[in-house]
Design a protein around this ligand. Structure first.
Ligand code: GLY
Length: 424
């Protein structure tokens, strides 16, 4: 009998995970909760939301699910892994205490400092006066400063302030006005690192790890990194900056020490470690960690994995990754997000999507914000689809992907035209 899997989430990231796992010869059936119309082509979608932890656990027990894979961060912070494990259910992801690496900036920074893992100089501030003073030590010298809410703030909790007025505004928003609720009860004020940003993904089993790849997203809505931040307008794998030498430094100076530190603290880290790094003239330094796969980075990571991902995720959940081998394909992979008109501001839904039947074989379309009504595929979110293509290198992948993007349309559709070009 084949295995039954449950993937939790409903975005493009989860579609990419389902797409990859569905290729495993060991898989009999995949369920997704709640899933989306793209996922529904590969899995049975069940009407349980990601925050309904007890319902999810009961579903996994009733269906005798062999492995549950968690996409978004919120259920991880809320302890879904702890609950599943207590019930004897196998699940891929960190327990709540370990997920603090993403859920609490204070936790992450203090751990980094304790284990001397390179990161920006910082101060933890519990009161507003201390935060003002910490920020002024930078802005009085004409330096920018970074203000971070301790807790999760829907991707808006990090402000890079170019001067005092901006820094004060960010501190007031977080600490005085509690724009992000209790997430802003404590903040981190830190040095603004200079260099190039790089994200690296590793699978961890509490003791061992496998470094997957580097993937870069494009956060701003418009070309040349202009306009407001979004959830991510596209991504590509293995930027040229990620040389074998840098990879070795990142492994020895950051990934291995953090996995060891978490184990030493009694919080062994299992799941995906998504390390957001700044590559400075002194070497790689940690900007932040996420406790999950990135979105849209997963949409370009999954097509680059050659072999079967399922046994590797199972080993990560069981603590036996030292015996696992992961095949990474050669070449480049680029994903372009097609967004609704107005996104990341307000946008209309229900626009008819056309052209998906025209894309070439080898192109993968991941759904993020779609709905199906009377057989018609409609837009149902800000980020609607990701169009993903591989190529012999990033240049070819870029050419391929934009050739396919041109075939797809919906009213108001917009996308960046420079995804991956930073790597060329
Ligand atoms: N692409 C950024 C993130 O997933 O947090």
């Amino acid at each position: 009998m084949g295995k039954k899997l449950l993937v939790i989430g409903q975005g493009g990231r989860e579609h990419a995970l389902v797409w990859k796992l569905a290729q495993s010869p060991e898989v009999e059936k995949i369920y997704a909760a709640p899933g989306n119309p793209g996922i529904a082509q590969l899995a049975e979608c069940v009407n349980i939301e990601v925050h309904e932890l007890d319902k999810l656990r009961k579903f996994a027990a009733d269906q005798a699910i062999d492995l549950t894979v968690v996409g978004p961060e919120a259920p991880l912070m809320d302890g879904i892994v702890d609950r599943f494990k207590k019930a004897g259910l196998k699940i891929f992801g960190p327990c709540a205490a370990a997920a603090q690496l993403e859920g609490s900036k204070v936790f992450a920074k203090q751990l980094l400092a304790k284990y001397k893992i390179p990161t920006a100089a910082f101060e933890v501030c519990e009161d507003i006066e201390k935060a003002y003073k910490a920020a002024r030590t930078y802005t009085d010298q004409g330096l920018p400063v970074v203000v971070k809410a301790d807790g999760l703030a829907a991707g808006k909790g990090v402000v890079v302030a170019s001067g005092w007025e901006e820094a004060r505004q960010a501190i007031d928003d977080m600490m005085r006005d509690r724009t992000f609720g209790e997430a802003g009860a404590r903040i981190v004020v830190e040095e603004c690192l200079q260099g190039e940003e790089l994200s690296v993904f590793a699978l961890c089993d509490g003791k061992h790890y496998i470094i997957l790849m580097s993937a870069q997203d494009h956060k701003r809505v418009f070309d040349n990194d202009e306009g407001p931040n979004t959830g991510g307008m596209g991504a590509y794998v293995n930027p040229p900056l990620f040389t074998p030498e840098l990879r070795t430094r990142i492994e020895t100076e950051i990934i291995r020490p953090i996995v060891d530190a978490m184990a030493a603290e009694g919080n062994p880290y299992q799941g995906v470690l998504y390390a957001g790094l700044m590559i400075t003239t002194e070497g790689p330094k940690v900007l932040e960690f996420n406790a999950r796969f990135g979105d849209p980075e997963t949409q370009v990571l999954m097509p680059m994995i050659g072999g079967d991902l399922l046994p590797i995720l199972e080993c990560a959940a069981e603590g036996c990754l030292q015996d696992s081998k992961l095949e990474i394909l050669d070449g480049g992979c680029v994903g372009v997000v097609l967004a609704s008109g107005g996104y990341p501001g307000s946008y209309a839904k229900g626009k008819v999507i056309t052209g998906l039947d025209k894309v070439d074989k080898g192109t993968v379309i991941f759904h993020a914000g779609t709905s199906l009504k009377q057989g018609e595929l409609l837009t149902n979110g800000g980020r609607v689809l990701a169009v993903v293509c591989r190529g012999a290198d990033t240049r070819e992948a870029v050419e391929n992907v934009y050739h396919q993007v041109a075939k797809i349309n919906f009213e108001g559709m917009h996308y960046r035209r420079d995804i991956g070009r930073r790597a060329l």
